[in-house]
Ligand binder design. Structure first.
Ligand SMILES: Cc1ncc(COP(=O)(O)O)c(C=O)c1O
Length: 464
């Protein structure tokens, strides 16, 4: 059976948003005479200047989305701070852009903390989260005087108190509570169920908070929660924050100090045109559940701010007609953008050439060149004929894209470019072969490493 005769695959293709619907939902993209553009920079220009695969980020989209969230919190009358979850995208340019907007940072490693500080975020505006912070990471965070450390277990609390006491300092902590609420998202990014490794059971919260207040190296300042990522309904937030409010009341009733509630991140984005909560609706839930407590609110969004602001630009290596399927093979792969392989995530794929938007569509599997069948960006996607050298944009790749890249199959990390209006700038060089292999050694018994082969490894192809 030809793929075009397969009703299931055709139905899957037709349930997807069309090119124009995808474009209309993404204000930072435009279809110009020169083809698809990010803000006012045609993607063909970026591909020609910098090659592919390349991450492209819209500065305006990042700023606009940050402001939309901040304004919604302000309009709801909340005393709230946004700590950008750097795990979503830790590019120095992106963190700096957000720092200039007034964002704090939610970090989960020594590396992220250092990037945040380098980008100009004050230590007091940093929340250090994570279920397994090492002693060294805790020590250096305390030495830097970070504003808040989110503690995820009784064991970590004891360890932190010991380290802080030995250093003669006090750690300002929030206890991360696991609310046992189903965020209704993918199992791999659900974090608020009892079976997940994150947080402290709510039944233990008050006893542990009381204990924390008695420890020499600890100053408890609040409670924290993060129920998961790509959350597309408000109901789990309402349930989790209701519990947070109740616990805050119990902390107060026990005569313990509390000044803030850290509500985590997780707000979802419409990858496939699905309904997602607006910032105003999310702020209304915060207001309704926590607004009357007189406590500061912290949120830690990552994906919502940067996800839609980035694309992955890739070139078609070739189109191959398999026995039952048409394959469009890109020069980007699962080592660049792993979300489809890891979570079955759906990303919009747009050809950047206007003529291709008018061409007939038929189902195609869009894949990368890595030697795994899981190296698949899309299955049965309605796309035009896409020949060698044509360029496509994989949409909504700004979050959990480049940060999750690897060099699997000895593929160097892709370049990254930021666009602002009519200008673009490289914000990360394409990794060289030498940089990718830096640090490789032979054990002494195998003798010295041979010098690298002279000259380029492949005959360069002229850029179009
Ligand atoms: C503790 C914590 N805060 C914030 C986030 C950011 O989530 P998102 O990017 O979905 O907003 C995460 C991500 O999983 C997280 O683990």
């Amino acid at each position: 059976m030809s793929p075009l005769d397969d009703p299931a695959r055709e139905a899957a293709a037709s349930a997807e948003p069309g090119f124009r619907a995808m474009l209309a939902a993404r204000p930072h993209l435009a279809l110009t005479e020169d083809g698809l553009a990010v803000e006012a920079v045609p993607l063909a220009r970026i591909a020609a200047a910098h090659g592919t695969p390349t991450w492209v980020y819209s500065a305006a989209a990042i700023t606009h989305r940050y402001r939309a969230l901040a304004d919604a919190l302000g309009e709801a009358g909340l005393e709230a701070r946004i700590h950008y979850a750097m795990k979503a995208n830790d590019a120095e340019a992106i963190v700096t852009l957000l720092a200039r907007q007034g964002a704090g940072a939610d970090v989960v490693s020594e590396g992220e903390r250092r990037i945040a500080r380098h980008a100009g975020i004050a230590a007091r505006d940093i929340v250090f989260s994570g279920v397994g912070k090492s002693e060294g990471e805790l020590r250096s965070a305390l030495a830097d005087q970070v504003g808040q450390i989110n503690v995820e277990s009784a064991e970590e609390l004891g360890m932190l108190s010991g380290i802080a006491s030995a250093m003669g300092v006090k750690a300002r902590i929030a206890l991360r509570i696991n609310p046992d609420v189903d965020a209704g998202t993918h199992a791999k990014i659900t974090t608020g169920l009892a079976e997940n490794k994150f947080g402290i059971p709510s039944a233990d919260a008050i006893a542990l908070y009381t204990h924390a207040a008695s420890l020499p190296g600890i100053v408890p300042v609040g409670l924290a929660m993060h129920i998961g990522s790509q959350v597309t309904s408000l109901a789990p937030y309402r349930a989790a924050y209701g519990l947070l409010a109740a616990l805050a009341g119990e902390v107060r009733a026990a005569g313990l100090p509390i000044t803030l509630l850290d509500c985590g991140g997780g707000l979802g984005i419409p990858y496939r045109g699905e309904e997602v909560p607006s910032p105003a609706a999310f702020a209304a839930v915060l207001k309704e559940t926590l607004g009357g407590l007189g406590l500061k609110i912290v949120i830690e969004p990552g994906r919502w701010i940067v996800g839609p602001a980035g694309i992955l630009l890739a070139r078609v290596v070739l189109q191959k007609q398999g026995e039952a399927r048409r394959f469009v093979i890109l020069d980007a792969a699962m080592n660049d953008l792993i979300r489809p392989s890891l979570y079955g995530a759906w990303h919009g794929i747009l050809p950047i050439t206007p003529a291709r938007w008018r061409a007939a569509l038929s189902p195609a599997d869009v894949v990368g060149p890595v030697c795994e069948s899981g190296d698949t960006f899309a299955t049965g996607r309605a796309l035009p004929d896409l020949g060698h050298g044509e360029i496509v944009a994989l949409l909504d790749a700004g979050a959990y894209g480049s940060v999750m890249s690897s060099t699997y199959n000895a593929r160097p990390l892709a370049a990254a470019v930021m666009v602002s209006g009519t200008v673009d700038a490289v914000i990360r060089d394409r990794q060289s072969f030498e940089a990718m292999r830096a640090g490789e050694r032979l054990p002494p018994w195998l003798g010295p490493l041979l010098p690298p082969p002279a000259g380029p490894l492949a005959v360069p192809v002229p850029r179009r």
